[in-house]
Design a protein around this ligand. Structure first.
Ligand code: NAD
Length: 307
């Protein structure tokens, strides 16, 4: 694919918490973007950021060089690609050889299916889920984990660099989602382990600071401890210091762990911690933690512990 394709219009579908600021960064960089979102509040916010909006997804995609999706789930992505309820699919309306760039977090199998149908329709396909949250999306500092053929990676890299700081080529189609799901399974499991250790330390009479000072410089060291510490005090910037305002919301951790669970099941991995973490975060989200930072899991552990 030539450079001229990269400089063509990007149809940006899904202008929510993440997509809105990401599209705004493309506009700020001088890229031609046309947006689409079915929700009026998202349209209003996007228009306020100077993003020209199309009336339908098909209108946005027709004539675009890149169709970038930032949608809630894999079903949303596949429905948009194929078309639903009599609406034409994006694969049908896009010009031949269009780059379909999906940045949503979806199942690995769904990402591979999306790539297969895009290729079958004569297009190109890349999965590039992100980590870094809304703050990173606004600041243009997210990490993109990319599943793409080598040439396609080189094509999308300059676009991704306008919205993120680290762009990692993880392998072929689906590899970006695979990396994301593996990383977030580590994160969910390690946050539960760190939280259980702090509650155990409390029971054993250890101060939070003493446990932190030891574990942060010993073999218990991890991001869940030293950046997103689930107790207030040792890491002043962690959500625990602001009553667990996210941060990374419990609902999103529950979603990502369900994706990990699906991947574990479809590959037959004999995992125990990942499925348990998925169950624990499903309960956390259903019990009022959906909008709280995922480190708030420590309050559930403390509440359920013997007094
Ligand atoms: P969101 O719900 O705020 O935004 C999704 C947007 O997609 C909504 O505005 C919705 O109206 C729109 N939409 C739905 N169907 C559409 C369609 N057919 N065409 C166009 N737009 C459509 O969600 P978000 O927080 O922006 O997350 C988007 C994706 O990024 C998700 O897959 C999520 O898991 C992932 N993600 C989110 C975060 C985060 O911190 N919010 C971090 C990393 C990854």
């Amino acid at each position: 694919m030539s450079d001229s394709t990269v400089s063509g219009t990007i149809a940006f579908l899904g202008l929510g918490h993440m997509g809105g600021p990401m599209a705004a960064n493309l506009i700020k960089a001088g890229h031609s973007v046309v947006g689409y979102d079915p929700v009026p509040a998202a349209v209003e916010a996007a228009t306020g950021h100077g993003i020209p909006m199309a009336a339908t997804a098909a209108e946005a995609a027709a004539g675009a060089a890149v169709v970038l999706t930032m949608l809630p789930s894999g079903q949303h992505v596949l429905d948009a690609y194929r078309g639903v309820s009599g609406q034409p699919g994006l694969l049908e309306v896009a010009a031949p050889d269009t780059m379909f760039l999906d940045c949503s977090t979806i199942n690995v199998d769904e990402a591979r299916e999306a790539a297969a149908i895009a290729l079958e329709a004569g297009h190109r396909s890349v999965d590039a889920p992100v980590s870094g949250g809304v703050v990173g999306a606004e600041a243009g500092t997210v990490t993109f984990m990319v599943g793409a053929l080598p040439d396609d990676f080189e094509t999308v890299k300059p676009i991704l660099e306008l919205m993120g700081k680290r762009i990692v080529h993880c392998g072929d189609h689906g590899a970006g989602q695979a990396a994301k799901v593996c990383n977030n399974m580590i994160l969910g499991v390690s946050m539960i382990a760190v939280s259980e250790a702090f509650v155990l330390g409390e029971k054993l009479g250890l101060t939070h600071q003493a446990l932190f000072d030891v574990a942060a410089n010993a073999s218990g060291q991890c991001w869940a401890l030293t950046t997103n510490c689930p107790v207030p005090g040792p890491v002043p910037s962690s959500p625990a210091n602001r009553d667990y305002q996210p941060g990374f919301a419990g609902a999103l951790m529950a979603k990502d762990l369900r994706l990990a669970l699906n991947a574990l099941e479809s590959t037959g991995v004999a995992a125990q911690m990942g499925p348990l973490a998925s169950k624990i975060y499903d309960e956390f989200a259903a019990g009022g933690g959906a909008g709280r930072d995922f480190s708030g899991i420590i309050t559930d552990i403390r509440d359920k512990s013997a007094t």
